[in-house]
Design a protein around this ligand. Structure first.
Ligand code: XMP
Length: 510
C-alpha cells in the first residue's frame, strides 16, 4: 500500500488514481491523520499532495517531522514538496514569477525518480511559492527557466520532492515518474488488480458482516448494481436489496431493474421493489431550491428504507454505492470544498436504526467500478450504463418537480438516448441526458400558438466526471432529436443544447 496524505489540492484524487494505474493499491488520508495510524498501516511509500496554502504561513497545514524519519520513502508534490523542504530545513518563498501550465522541465536522468524520462520534458506547473533553498542533504534534480528547484532528492533517505504535478496528464512523462517512485523506490510489486479488489472486498465483507443481515439501496445504476452483486457474492441471501421506485427514474427503468435483480433475475439475494412515486411527489410539491430537493429525496429514501427494514426485522448494515468522486465532491473525502451534497453520501438523519454503513466502492473511480463489475460477471449493458444521479430526474427538472414534468423529461430523454444509440455515439459520450428547464416560451405549431416548456439536452465527454466538456454532437443528430421531441412529447415546444463545460458548469443542472 501507498498512502497519499491530502493537503487539500485539486488534483489529489488523481494522485491516487495514477498510483493505482501502476497496479499499486493506495489510499488517501487527510493531513490531520495521526502519524501512529500511518505507522500501523506500515505503507511502502507515502505521497504528500499539493494544496492551496503557503507552508511558511501560520496555521498552514503541516505534518510531524517524524514522517520523514520512518525510513519509508516519501514523495512530496507541489505543496507537499515545499512542506518537506520547509520542515527539513530548506527555504520556501513567494516566487517573482508564478508558474502555471505546461512548462519545459530539465531533469537529471541519473535520478531514480527520472529513470526513462527525457532530459527535457513537458510538465504541469501550478505554484506561486518556490523552493529557494533545498534542505540539508538534498540535491536538485530538475529545474525550469524560472524555477531553480523543479525537483530535489535525498536518495540515501528516499526522500523526493517534485514542484510540478506528475499526476496530471499534461505532464507527459508523469506516469513514468510515479511508476519509478512506487515500483523502483518504494519496491511495490505492482500486482494489485481489480480481481484483488473484488477478492479482498468479498473477504472483508464476510468478516465484517458475519451472519448479520444487510440491506442494500439498489438504484439500478452502475454503482449500486456493482455494490449489490459484490454483496450478493459475499453473503448471498443475507442480503436484501430494496429498490425504491421514487418516480424519478428514466423511462421504463423500474421494470428493467426488476428484470435483472428480481426473482426472474440471476442473483442470489432478496429483492423488494417499493413503488413510492406519489410519496416523493407529495414531499417535493412546491420545493424549488436544488439543495432542498436533494435533501428531501435523500431523506425520503432513508425513511423508505427504515420502513422496509422494520418489515424484514432487524438489519445490521446498510450498503450504499458511494464512489470516490461522490465523496470528494461532497467535501467528505478530504480537504476540498463542498460542491453539491451528493445524496448517497454521509449525512444520515439521527434516527436511522442501522448499525453501520458499508460502502464497498468508496475508494473507486467510475471506470474502476466498471472494471470491478466486469470482473464480477455483471452483463456489459449494465456495466456500461451511463451514470445516473441518486436524486434521479429530481435534479434534471429545474425547480419544482411533479408527475407531469417527470413524464415530459422521461419521454424526451428516451428519444434522445434512442437517437444517440442509432447514431452509434452511445459509447463515445460519457454521459448524456435530457433535462427540463423551468422556462416556457411561445411557439407555433399547426397554426396554433403554443406556450410550452423548453427541454435542454446535455452530452459530455469526461474521464473522471470531475471535469467535463460538452460533446460535439453532429448537427443532424441534434436536429432529429429536437424535431422528434417537439413532435412526440406533449408540453415541449423548444429544445436547447447545453455547451457548458465543467467547470464552470456541473454535469447535472442542480
Ligand atoms: P455533477 O453534476 O456534480 O455530477 O457535475 C458529476 C457526476 O455525478 C453524478 N451525480 C450524482 N451521483 N448522487 C449520485 O450518485 C448524486 O446526488 C449525484 N449528483 C450528481 C452526475 O450524474 C455526474 O455523473
Amino acid at each position: 500500500t501507498v498512502i497519499v496524505v491530502d493537503f487539500g489540492g485539486q488534483y489529489n484524487q488523481l494522485v491516487a488514481r495514477r498510483v493505482r494505474e501502476c497496479n499499486v493499491y493506495c489510499e488517501i488520508y487527510s493531513y490531520k491523520t495521526d502519524i501512529e495510524k500511518i505507522k500501523e498501516m506500515n505503507p511502502k511509500g507515502i505521497i504528500l499532495t499539493g494544496g492551496p496554502n503557503s507552508c511558511y504561513e501560520d496555521g498552514a497545514p503541516t505534518y510531524t517531522k517524524e514522517l520523514f524519519e520512518l525510513g519509508i520513502p516519501v514523495l512530496g508534490l507541489c505543496y507537499g514538496a515545499q512542506l518537506m523542504q520547509h520542515i527539513l530545513g530548506g527555504r520556501v518563498e513567494r516566487a517573482d514569477i508564478r508558474e502555471y501550465g505546461k512548462t519545459e522541465v530539465f531533469v537529471e536522468t541519473g535520478s531514480r525518480l527520472f529513470t526513462g524520462v527525457s532530459p527535457s520534458t513537458i510538465c504541469w506547473m501550478s505554484h506561486f511559492d518556490y523552493i529557494s533553498k533545498v534542505a540539508p542533504g538534498f540535491q536538485i534534480c530538475a529545474y525550469t527557466a524560472d524555477c531553480p528547484t523543479a525537483a530535489a532528492e535525498y536518495p540515501e533517505k528516499n526522500l523526493y520532492a517534485i514542484q510540478f504535478h506528475p499526476e496530471v496528464l499534461h505532464t507527459v512523462e508523469g506516469k513514468t515518474m510515479l511508476s519509478n517512485f512506487v515500483h523502483d523506490i518504494c519496491g511495490c510489486a505492482g500486482e494489485w488488480r481489480m480481481d484483488s479488489f473484488v477478492e479482498n472486498s468479498i473477504r472483508e465483507i464476510r468478516e465484517k458482516v458475519g451472519d448479520g443481515k444487510v440491506l442494500c439501496a439498489l438504484s439500478g445504476g452502475v454503482d449500486s448494481s456493482v455494490a449489490a452483486v459484490l454483496l450478493s457474492k459475499a453473503i448471498g441471501d443475507q442480503l436484501t436489496c430494496v429498490f425504491v421506485d421514487q418516480g424519478l427514474l428514466r423511462k421504463n427503468e423500474g421494470d428493467e431493474v426488476e428484470a435483472v435483480f428480481g426473482p426472474e433475475g440471476s442473483y442470489d439475494l432478496n429483492f423488494i421493489r417499493v413503488n413510492a412515486q406519489e410519496r416523493f411527489y407529495e414531499k417535493l410539491k412546491g420545493v424549488e431550491e436544488p439543495e432542498a430537493k436533494r435533501k428531501i429525496i435523500g431523506e425520503e429514501f432513508i425513511r423508505v428504507f427504515e420502513e422496509e427494514a422494520k418489515k424484514i426485522g432487524a438489519v445490521d448494515f446498510l450498503v450504499q454505492g458511494t464512489i470516490y468522486p461522490d465523496v470528494v465532491e461532497s467535501g467528505l473525502g478530504g480537504e476540498s470544498a463542498v460542491i453539491k451534497s451528493h445524496h448517497n453520501v454521509g449525512g444520515l438523519p439521527d434516527c436511522v436504526d442501522f448499525k453501520e454503513i458499508i460502502e464497498p466502492l468508496r475508494d473507486l473511480f467510475k471506470d474502476e467500478v466498471r472494471q470491478a463489475g466486469l470482473q464480477l460477471g455483471i452483463p456489459e449493458y449494465l456495466v456500461f450504463r451511463q451514470p445516473f444521479p441518486g436524486p434521479g430526474l429530481g435534479i434534471r427538472i429545474i425547480s419544482e418537480v411533479n408527475a407531469e414534468k417527470v413524464r415530459i423529461v422521461q419521454d424526451a430523454d428516451a428519444i434522445y438516448r434512442e437517437e444517440i444509440a442509432n447514431a452509434g455515439l452511445d459509447r463515445d459520450i460519457n454521459q448524456y441526458f435530457a433535462a427540463l428547464t423551468n422556462m416556457r416560451s411561445v411557439g407555433v405549431m399547426g397554426d396554433e400558438r403554443t406556450y410550452d416548456y423548453a427541454v435542454a439536452l446535455r452530452a459530455v465527454k469526461t474521464i473522471d466526471f470531475m471535469t467535463a466538456e460538452s460533446a460535439e454532437l453532429p448537427y443532424e443528430v441534434l436536429n432529429k432529436v429536437m424535431s422528434r421531441i417537439i413532435n412526440e412529447v406533449k408540453g415541449v415546444n423548444r429544445v436547447f443544447y447545453d455547451l457548458t463545460s465543467k467547470p464552470p458548469g456541473t454535469i447535472e443542472f442542480e
